[in-house]
Design a protein around this ligand. Structure first.
Ligand code: FAD
Ligand code: 2HG
Ligand code: ZN
Length: 452
């Protein structure tokens, strides 16, 4: 009995309570569950999984439930295992610049903890106050600092996780060099809860930058903005974010949140650049911006509050778009040379199959990552997903940059992964979770779903 493992108060069955765990952040993915279980220790996670494995009951691990691909909610009546009670953080190790965090710690809490010791956690994202260490590891979350520090996998120096049958794997020493066999932390990172439940991690911290400056650049031609991305990456060596958005998204953000537009004149495209370092990067950034060919206007901010105002124009896109109804979200990476052709073609590609659609584009341009949000269509319209992901594959891009596959994209994994790779994925899943109880409805395509 799960109640014997976690206590009666931590098995919730009232549909009014469990509903919040069964619906995703966007409102697109809605399921139902007979129970939400909230273990409070690694031993309790092990007990819950062993019991479910014995009974052949499928589970969905859940952290902050901010995932955007329908992977964190029980769409097939799975039991939800919420990790939010695992909230311990070790002191920051000043010599190694490392910390051990339990799965339910939010990214915001981890950053605050690290900053109190002069360090920082490099993965940063708009969902920081809800997204958890466990969830970001499970999705290998990216965020705004990938161009400088890499995605979550690069921060991961050790892990603790529970296998489907309740066995606990633990390797938390955090040695920078450690070639003792298979890198299980890297394997579990990005596995979206299909191989093990992450309970804790040893994480790399980075120096908290003393000086940060943000510039919002306006362009009258989309092509000029995309050219600027590569030029800035070459000329400014202290860049830690290069973000992109366009006039319709900016207008929507400003009208939704009653914000003043950042520039007196309208412009077509915007690049938000952040530079950071132990010395003031303003001059380096200004020189990089001056060298750009066709910048129409610039706003610069060094003070934290003004920096946050400029960031809001970019970060508030997700929330603003959601006010229009649950969108269809795609998250793709293009090779640098294909970013401009993709941005140019994707709108017409979508409206060819869904004439009433509105396509919103924004993203982390520094690493080629574009978020394609489509409103004005049924969010489950597979035709839209199909044409966009095929365009991405044709341009040699990835159909999932940072959000994962979840349930939303499992039918298109074959566009990026060969049959040999997919059968190796299946073999790994079978070895670690032979009864298939861990998030069985995400990531791996159904055999009947493999499309030509
Ligand atoms: P959940 O949503 O709860 O779960 C996500 C997946 O991980 C599910 O498959 C779940 O089963 C699995 N999982 C959760 N916890 C565990 C665990 N302990 N062990 C094993 N599996 C687990 N993502 C980015 O990459 N970059 C961004 O910039 C970004 N910005 C966002 C902004 C907003 C406003 C929102 C709403 C989302 C954003 N996301 C972004 C998506 C989301 O925040 C990330 O995918 C994040 O990693 C999810 O963390 P979570 O704790 O909410 O996980
Ligand atoms: C972002 O970069 C997030 O803002 C969310 O990854 C993207 O809403 C989206 O599609
Ligand atoms: Zn993103």
């Amino acid at each position: 009995m799960l109640r014997d493992v976690v206590g009666t108060a931590n098995v919730m069955t009232d549909p009014e309570v469990t509903a919040a765990y069964a619906r995703d952040w966007t409102g697109r993915f809605r399921g139902a569950t007979s129970a939400v279980v909230r273990p409070g220790s690694v031993e309790e996670v092990a007990g819950v999984l062993a019991a479910c494995d014995d009974a052949g009951v499928a589970v969905v691990p859940q952290g902050g439930n901010t995932g955007l691909v329908g992977g964190s909610v029980p769409l097939h009546h799975e039991i939800v295992v919420s990790l939010l009670r695992l909230r311990e953080l070790s002191p920051v190790d000043a010599r190694s610049g490392q910390v051990t965090a339990q799965a339910g710690v939010t990214i915001g809490a981890l950053q605050t903890h690290a900053r109190a010791s002069g360090w920082d956690y490099a993965v940063d994202l708009g969902a920081r106050d809800s997204a958890t260490v466990g969830g970001t590891i499970a999705t290998n979350a990216g965020g705004v600092h990938v161009i400088r520090h890499g995605s979550t996998r690069r921060q991961l120096l050790g892990y603790e996780a529970v296998l489907a049958d309740g066995r606990v794997l633990r390797h938390l020493d955090g040695l920078e060099k450690d070639n003792t066999g298979y890198d299980l932390a890297s394997l579990i990172c990005g596995s979206e809860g299909t191989l093990a439940v992450v309970t804790a991690a040893r994480l790399r911290l980075v120096a908290h930058p003393e000086h940060v400056v943000v510039a919002l650049l306006a362009f009258d031609a989309v092509e000029d903005a995309l050219d600027a991305v590569g030029a800035l990456r070459r000329s400014v060596d202290v860049l830690d974010a290069v973000e992109l958005f366009f006039a319709p998204g900016l207008r929507l953000v400003c009208s939704t949140f009653s914000l003043r537009e950042p520039f007196p004149e309208p412009h077509a495209a915007f690049v938000l650049v952040e530079a950071a370092g132990s010395t003031d990067p303003t001059e380096t950034l200004a020189a990089g911006v001056q060298a750009l060919a066709r910048v129409a206007d610039v706003a610069v901010a060094a003070e934290p509050e003004r920096r946050a105002e400029l960031w809001r124009y970019r970060e508030a896109h997700t929330e603003a778009i959601n006010t229009l109804g649950a969108p269809l979200k795609l998250d793709v990476t293009l090779p640098p040379d294909e970013l401009a052709p993709f941005v140019e073609r994707v709108g017409a590609t979508v409206t060819a199959v869904a004439p009433g659609a509105h396509v919103w584009l924004f993203g982390h341009a520094g690493d080629g990552n574009v978020h394609v949000n489509v409103t004005g269509v049924d969010a489950n319209d597979d035709r839209v997903t199909d044409v966009v992901l095929r365009l991405v594959a044709q341009l040699r891009g990835s159909i999932s940059a940072e959000h994962g596959i979840g349930t939303a994209k499992r039918a298109w994994v074959h566009l990026n992964r060969s049959p040999e790779e997919i059968s190796t994925f299946r073999a790994i899943k079978q070895a670690l979770d032979p009864r298939g109880i861990l998030n069985p409805n995400v990531l791996l395509p159904l055999r009947s779903e493999a499309r030509a």
